[in-house]
Design a protein around this ligand. Structure first.
Ligand code: LLP
Length: 418
């Protein structure tokens, strides 16, 4: 079932023609399909039926509160990495007892906010953080539930920038140092040890790294149990990949059954932290061709979306499929699809076979629902795009396009230079 599909050569999102939205809202814009998000969430969740589990949607992948609210309505929790993400998750109606908090640099203020909100647990990533959490809990009259995030030293075969559980990465506690940290945590007065966690990387297209991590964590959990600590949660972070181009990642059902085979009878509640696999293919970025330009060496299609709107191609050389909003006849061309930003790295597709786009045409960049808007910036003083959610025949603005006033919000010219 595809919720982005062509009807009479026109791209639809569910039952709404993408062109009519672009005409009303302007471009660039992010367009999401509600049915796709819900379908992906249910498939993922149902795959773990029979196992005690909690799905904590990774807020960093798409943090719009309408999307988070959709997840909350499906019973999902949140994986957060900042006070800002906590604020969004709570505003969207995600229950605090389904929120897990990871990240190497949690500040005392963020910790205090999370303690006061009574989140499920902190995945702690260093000894200093553990002590700080204990201190803040004491100061604020709270108790902190924690898991230790273990770096299981696993090579997940993905882009080097999104590997997180390899020895040389900054994340988690080295697996060999885990027991002393649990010992330390046991002695802290305001800390309750609840679990063990890891995150090995994102856009994984094989099951084996997840299984390696799970086996390592379970083995460690046995040793921790012998120290008299019982663990309620095992948080198996690591993101299942999606198809951007020719990748063929395992289905959530294959991934879940491999996990169940090992952990099916465990007493833990399993926590999973998917982001991309839920929203990646539920969103597209629509841009309009401003100019086309032919040089002796290349053809350029210049659109009104740039690296500030979708940074993945510039940052990771990621592939996003380029599709026309209206299919036309005419021979395909090989061109670079570029944005208006003053950087050579500002491209959305390079040397790509694409339709013979003309000035004014609308272009869709597919699979942009994860790490699209959430990584957008105002670079080159460009207002960030609008976001729209479609459900069946209906659509709604879920974030207005930024205005010029938004660009300078909070800025002041001090008197002493005036
Ligand atoms: N949990 C933790 C602790 C994470 O660090 C991440 C992603 C996730 C969950 C969600 O992983 P997912 O299911 O989305 O793979 N900006 C990059 C991706 C960076 C991912 C970092 N951590 C990109 O655009 O590909």
């Amino acid at each position: 079932m595809h919720f982005f599909s062509y009807k009479n050569d026109e791209l639809f999102c569910e039952e709404v023609p993408a062109e009519s939205i672009a005409e009303q809202v302007g471009t660039p814009l992010y367009l999401y399909s509600w049915a796709t998000i819900v379908r992906h969430f249910r498939i993922f969740k149902d795959a773990f039926n029979g196992l005690k589990h909690l799905i904590c949607f990774s807020v960093k992948s798409n943090s719009n509160i309408a999307i988070l609210n959709t997840i909350a309505s499906e019973g999902g929790g949140a994986d957060i990495v900042s006070g800002g993400e906590l604020y969004r998750a709570l505003r969207a109606g995600i229950s605090p007892d389904k929120i897990v908090y990871s990240g190497v640099g949690k500040t005392p203020d963020d910790i205090e906010m999370a303690l006061k909100s009574n989140i499920l647990m902190f995945n702690i990533e260093s000894e200093q953080e553990l002590k700080t959490i204990n201190d803040v809990a004491e100061k604020t009259g709270n108790r902190a539930r924690i898991a230790v995030r273990i770096n299981p030293d696993i090579e997940p075969n993905t882009h080097p920038y999104i590997v997180t559980g390899f020895n040389e990465n900054k994340f988690g506690i080295q697996i060999d140092n885990a027991l002393p940290i649990y010992e330390l945590a046991k002695g802290l007065k305001y800390v309750d040890i609840k679990g063990i966690s890891c995150h090995i990387g994102s856009q994984l297209t094989e099951i084996s790294p997840f299984i390696d991590a799970l086996l390592k964590l379970r083995e460690l959990a046995q040793k921790i149990k012998k120290m008299g600590i019982s663990l309620e949660f095992l948080d198996l972070g690591g993101g299942l990949g999606i198809t951007y181009d020719t990748e063929s990642p395992p289905d959530p059902s294959e991934y879940a059954s491999a996990i169940k085979k090992i952990a099916g009878k465990d007493e833990f509640t399993l926590i999973l932290e998917p982001g991309r696999v839920i929203v990646g293919n539920a969103g597209i970025l629509i841009a309009r061709v401003i100019y086309t330009k032919i040089t002796p060496n290349k053809k350029f299609i210049i659109v009104d979306a740039g690296m500030n709107d979708l940074i993945r191609p510039s940052l990771y050389n990621s592939y996003h499929s380029v599709m026309p909003i209206k299919k036309t006849s005419g021979e395909t061309i090989v061109a670079d699809l570029v944005g208006p930003i003053c950087e050579t790295g500002d491209f959305l597709a390079k040397d790509r076979v694409m339709p013979p786009f003309k000035q004014g045409d609308l272009v869709a960049l597919m699979s942009a629902g994860a790490y699209g808007f959430s990584m957008a910036s105002n670079y080159n003083s460009r207002p960030r795009p609008a976001e729209i959610l479609v459900k069946g025949k209906e659509f709604s603005l879920i974030r207005s396009r930024e205005t010029l006033d938004d660009l300078v919000r909070g800025e002041e010219i001090p008197e002493f230079i005036d």
